[in-house]
Design a protein around this ligand. Structure first.
Ligand code: MN
Length: 230
């Protein structure tokens, strides 16, 4: 194959305990998948979750320092369980959905909340609020072959050591298998797809110079520093 310019590098995520990396194809995200977070966003907790996407090159490595996102005055943290798919599926039954899972990680769905609120108000798409550069920090993946498929695990996020979000992944409205199954009815899933499964309550602003630390018991931690203002 001859390209008119060199193609960009394949986005990828580290794998815990391995020097091989997980190549990323697509990033899907679930909206409002924890009832208490749906309520804090002003919605009832009975609406079914829905999906949006981020570009794969929005990924950020654990431990990175990133600039405060441009074009926002209200950058928010959302800590999430990330599911990485190791095989393909379409119209996947819930009972077989976990067979697609390669592993799990901790992710941040960084959000320009002011732009998201404007988009909601005007009935416009969410891309510029969600799918911006460096909006998807993600920890190393732990393979399901090593840890299995956690049904419950404490999930939390601190900002400069202060607790902001704390819940359990068992609180998700749609669990991992149901999420994969539902998404697979809209798009073909394939190895390399990541699914950010939604955030619990306690989202809030992060400021220049602050350090975000997310953790999910049995899966790992994710640390991200927002560059100090110059
Ligand atoms: Mn989210």
């Amino acid at each position: 194959m001859r390209y008119v310019f060199p193609p960009p590098a394949v986005p990828s995520v580290a794998v815990a305990g391995s020097d091989a990396r997980f190549p990323v194809r697509r990033i899907w995200c679930v909206g409002r998948n924890y009832a208490a977070h749906a309520r804090e966003m002003g919605m009832s907790d009975r609406e079914p979750p829905f999906f949006f996407a981020k570009p794969a090159d929005a990924l950020v490595e654990d431990g990175a320092t990133i600039p405060y996102a441009c074009a926002t005055k209200n950058l928010h943290h959302e800590v999430e369980l990330v599911v990485a798919l190791g095989s393909a599926g379409k119209d996947v039954p819930v009972a077989r959905a976990l067979d697609l899972v390669y592993g799990y990680a901790v992710g941040f769905d960084l959000t320009r909340r002011d732009l998201q609120n404007e988009a909601k108000k005007d009935g416009r798409p969410w891309e510029l609020a969600k799918a911006f550069d460096r909006s998807a920090p993600c920890s190393a993946l732990v393979p399901a072959a090593v840890i299995g498929h956690p049904k419950s695990a404490a999930i939390s996020l601190t900002v400069d050591g202060q607790p902001r979000q704390a819940s359990d992944v068992s609180e998700m409205i749609w669990n991992v298998a149901e999420t994969i199954s539902a998404l697979s009815r809209y798009v073909e899933l394939a190895a390399g797809d990541l699914i950010f499964t939604g955030t619990p309550e306690g989202v809030g602003p992060v400021l220049p110079g602050q350090v975000l630390v997310g953790s999910i018991a049995g899966i790992g931690t994710l640390r991200c520093t927002i560059e100090a203002a110059r």
